[in-house]
Design a protein around this ligand. Structure first.
Ligand code: TXA
Ligand code: MG
Length: 346
């Protein structure tokens, strides 16, 4: 068990704390810091021993590659090669921001950071503390989401503390994440970019910048919303079983009522609008259906709250897929192991 040092964001202003952070990173230790998407567990991306510490802290298999975080656009040229024109356009428009690009790696990037791959994921985060941390470290920071592997990502200091106190060397308390869902991951090593993970930067936004159609390779299409309980993904999962409900308010209400007769230990994560019509079950409204950004921001936190309440049956509204809704549903489909209950054809 490590003695985890907690530092308030405001303390990043004073020299003593800056020195401490610098020394911690240089010593190959781990520091959790906030970004605009979710919190990350950071360590010197160029130091293999430091990167190993991240995998230990998170309990993550070491063949799952990490994202390298930089704080100057041009640093990408230190770590990546064969950078395409499309990639340059995306960097110009979306960096700093919630977009991770996959490039061919240069030799300086250790294989442990890339999970043994010849490619490297790079992101320039748009968060004052994240930027400051990278500058204080004077090194690129490898940082996966700051959760125990398999659990929902951490969007609040409280989540980080629950998962990682005693497992990392330092945590920077930077309040709540602004976006709440991890960055969009786009592979730019081929002629046409491919989305590997949807996020706040959507396919439409990328296509309108590049002027070409790109591919979504994120694993599933929305049309695949079939019930396939066999597919057990260990991603974004709370302890209880998550099932997604698709249908009208009336259908959902009558379904939940029936389920309630069998098991009262249930809750329903939904939009404010549905929460207003469904009363008998514990509903957890996370934002208006017209403000999907807010739903994204509150989603992981709501899933974690289910654990605090020891909820066994977690039902979640099947949200619209437009814009960030696509990323929301990507996370929810994984959290549920693709268990979708279709209640009507509407
Ligand atoms: O918003 C974010 O991206 C957050 C914050 C902390 O920056 N980070 C994050 O990291 O979500 P992580 O490790 O939880 O997710 C990184 C994703 C994984 O799905 C990983 O497989 C993929 O990026 N990835 C990383 N390097 C890759 C590579 N070389 N090729 C393909 N996928 C890669
Ligand atoms: Mg993650």
């Amino acid at each position: 068990m490590k003695k985890t040092k907690i530092i308030k964001a405001i303390d990043l202003k004073n020299k003593h704390h800056k020195d401490l952070i610098h020394q911690t990173i240089k010593a190959g230790q781990t520091v959790v810091f906030p970004t605009e998407t979710v919190y990350g567990i950071g360590a010197d991306a160029l130091n293999p021993n430091a990167v190993q510490e991240i995998y230990y802290a998170k309990g993550r298999p070491s063949d799952n590659p990490l994202i390298m975080h930089i704080a100057r656009k041009n640093d990408v040229y230190l770590y990546a090669k064969n950078i395409s024109l499309y990639a340059k356009k995306l960097m110009k428009v979306f960096w700093p921001g919630p977009l991770t690009l996959i490039f061919d790696k240069k030799a300086i990037v250790p294989y442990i950071t890339t999970g043994g791959l010849e490619t490297v994921a790079i992101r320039y985060p748009d968060h004052p503390i994240a930027k400051k941390m990278i500058k204080i470290a004077n090194a690129p920071l490898a940082a996966p989401s700051a959760n125990i592997s398999g659990k929902p990502s951490s969007t609040r200091f409280k989540h980080v503390y629950e998962d990682l106190n005693g497992r990392v060397d330092m945590i920077i308390d930077g309040g709540d994440s602004m976006i709440g869902i991890e960055s969009t991951v786009v592979d730019v090593t081929n002629k046409i970019p491919v989305i590997l993970r949807p996020g706040y930067i959507t396919q439409e936004m990328i296509e309108s910048v590049l002027g070409v159609k790109i591919t979504d390779g994120s694993g599933h299409k929305i049309e695949d919303k079939v019930k396939s309980p066999g597919m057990k993904y260990t991603h974004y999962k709370p302890m209880g079983e998550v099932k997604l409900l698709e249908g009208t308010a009336k259908d959902i209400e009558s379904f939940l009522r029936k389920e309630y007769e069998v098991n009262q230990n249930q809750a329903f994560i939904c939009s404010d609008e549905l929460a207003q019509t469904i009363h008998f079950v514990t509903s957890k409204p996370i934002g208006s259906i017209y403000k999907l950004d807010l739903i994204a921001k509150n989603l992981f936190s709501a899933l974690r709250e289910m654990d605090e309440l020891h909820i066994e049956h977690i039902y979640v509204e099947f949200f619209p897929q437009d814009h960030i809704g696509h990323a929301i549903m990507n996370r929810l489909l994984k959290a549920s192991g693709y268990q979708v209950i279709k209640l009507s054809n509407s």
